[in-house]
Write a new protein. Structure first.
Length: 317
């Protein structure tokens, strides 16, 4: 298909004129294009149209400004067919009130189910679910919330850190937490908090997911997407498009590649060769894209816009 497009671009630079003549010839018998050439051009146009149609597009389904306050991260709970969103509020500073923020619950119709499902939270950011446990990143550590008991069952305090940001769980339930103003990724294993990675390869880490035996991390210092082995900590660069790509706020698996979000309002798909393709851009609207959720089997993106105070749902089709 790409070959066909190249042929069109190089051989027929005035393609719009030929398309016009072909359409016109449906109503008029006169045309300056020879029949053989008309067939070739028609064939190439058809291939190009098929190729364009094969690349999925984003369609906005709904936008809500009543679901969250400064929505930072969203996670989908497949077992309960609902979403949880972190209401970031404000990053606490001296003299500010702590523990005033919360986690909200809503459905895929954009209807709020529980405004303060988890309260007494301080500036929450990343969320993840493992074995009916919702893990919430807040300024001073991690909250473990039991979704079956509907209550907080544990809090992990992480001392002396900067901006704890995103979280992921591996298949064994170990947790990995990025600290965005450092070069540190913490791990919580068997209820013990440890510095798992401390390396300039991961300077200013943000979005994080677990993909099999690897942890995938968006690194904001250089705009790279990197992989690190759970077993031996071997690292690889998946994509390195440059600093203009940062801030990589969200990362989600899709097929053999990944969706990643640039906080300013762009979502890209990065394939297994490290080549990126833009699929959404809301920068002209000044609408941001924080730590989004992607529901693979429904082709739905749920996007928290943080300071825009909106949640958007798109269908990828």
């Amino acid at each position: 298909m790409l070959l066909a497009e190249n042929i069109i671009q190089r051989t027929f630079p005035d393609l719009k004129h030929y398309i016009y003549l072909i359409i016109k010839s449906s109503f008029m018998k006169k045309t300056n294009i020879k029949p053989g050439m008309k067939s070739v051009i028609t064939f190439l146009i058809a291939i190009t149209l098929i190729h364009c149609k094969s690349e999925a597009q984003m369609r906005l389904i709904w936008e809500k400004d009543s679901l969250a306050y400064n929505p930072e991260s969203i996670v989908f709970d497949k077992s309960r067919a609902c979403c949880y969103v972190s209401n970031f509020g404000e990053n606490p500073g001296n003299g500010m009130s702590y523990s005033k923020d919360y986690i909200s619950k809503f459905n895929l119709k954009g209807e709020i189910l529980e405004q303060k499902m988890v309260d007494n939270v301080t500036a929450p950011t990343g969320l993840c679910i493992h074995n009916d446990l919702l893990y919430i990143v807040e300024r001073f550590g991690i909250i473990e919330f039991d979704l079956t008991q509907n209550k907080v069952v544990k809090r992990y305090r992480i001392e002396g850190t900067g901006f704890l940001n995103d979280i992921a769980a591996d298949n064994n339930g170990n947790l990995y937490v990025t600290v965005s103003d450092t070069n540190i990724i913490y791990r919580i294993k068997d209820s013990v908090v440890e510095k798992w990675i401390e390396s300039d390869e991961f300077m200013n880490p943000n979005g994080i997911i677990c993909d099999g035996d690897n942890i995938i991390v968006g690194v904001c210092s250089d705009g790279s997407l990197r992989s690190v082995s759970i077993h031996d900590k071997k690292t690889e660069i998946i994509s390195a498009p440059g600093k203009g790509f940062a801030v990589i706020d969200g990362v989600k698996k899709h097929g053999d590649g990944y969706f990643i979000s640039h906080y300013q309002g762009i979502i890209y798909f990065v394939n297994n060769k490290g080549v990126s393709r833009e699929i959404l851009n809301t920068t002209a609207e000044n609408v941001f894209c924080a730590d989004f959720e992607f529901i693979e089997d429904q082709n739905l993106f749920i996007i928290p816009t943080l300071q825009n105070n909106k949640v958007r749902l798109y269908r990828y089709e």
